[in-house]
Design a protein. Structure first.
Length: 210
């Protein structure tokens, strides 16, 4: 978007009316109009300096584009001003990003119910990926396994040893562990204390305390 906008949900369909099919057709048509824009944004060979340049390529005016996006909205949503080259950049705060040193996606809360549902679903979701990995590690480490099998799961011994020293330390994501050599001991996430010790030796960090 050339400017930040707030979309509003479409009015619910009239149950006494027979125009439901027409609304579906209108939605399908609008999506087909926006599809070329989506395709260009996903094309790594294409580069656009402005949203106007992008829309001119597909023969669409900015007004038509904005109205099409609004017409497909199913909830109140803040769409932040972005240039095409920044379309994959999440909402962020520069100061928080430097302190957090990880991915963030800051969004405006326009619906308290959706906010509550998001928090509840996030804190209650299961970490299936790591659970499956640990189950496989324990299976491979059972007494019936051969010595070569134990060597293949070298990370498991490290995991248990590290757990004895620090029960709250987290390992790297599964996709990172799978690509590592069995003898590689660098399998742990960086902790807050380690980040603090590794902070830049510059004036603005002199008064930062862990």
């Amino acid at each position: 978007m050339a400017k930040t906008i707030i979309t509003r949900p479409r009015p619910p369909p009239d149950t006494d009316s027979d125009d439901g099919g027409e609304k579906n057709e209108s939605e399908t048509y609008t999506k087909s109009k926006l599809q070329p824009v989506w395709d260009l944004l996903n094309d790594e060979t294409q580069h656009f300096d402005s949203i106007t340049q992008l829309l001119e390529t597909v023969g669409m005016t900015y007004k038509d584009y904005k109205e099409s996006v609004k017409s497909l909205s199913t909830s109140s949503l803040v769409i932040i001003e972005h240039e095409p080259k920044d379309c994959w950049v999440n909402g962020y705060n520069p100061l928080l990003l430097r302190a957090w040193d990880a991915n963030m996606d800051i969004q405006f809360i326009l619906n308290p119910y959706n906010c509550i549902m998001y928090i509840l679903s996030y804190i209650s979701k299961a970490e299936h990926e790591m659970s499956d990995y640990l189950k496989q590690v324990m299976k491979d480490m059972c007494p019936s396994s051969s010595e070569s099998k134990i060597n293949e799961t070298g990370h498991a011994g490290l995991f248990q040893k590290q757990r004895d020293d620090n029960a709250v330390q987290m390992s790297l994501p599964m996709k990172c562990l799978q690509d590592k050599d069995p003898d590689d001991e660098n399998v742990w996430m960086t902790e807050l204390a380690e980040k603090y010790m590794a902070r830049p030796n510059t004036p603005e960090f002199e008064n930062v305390y862990g």
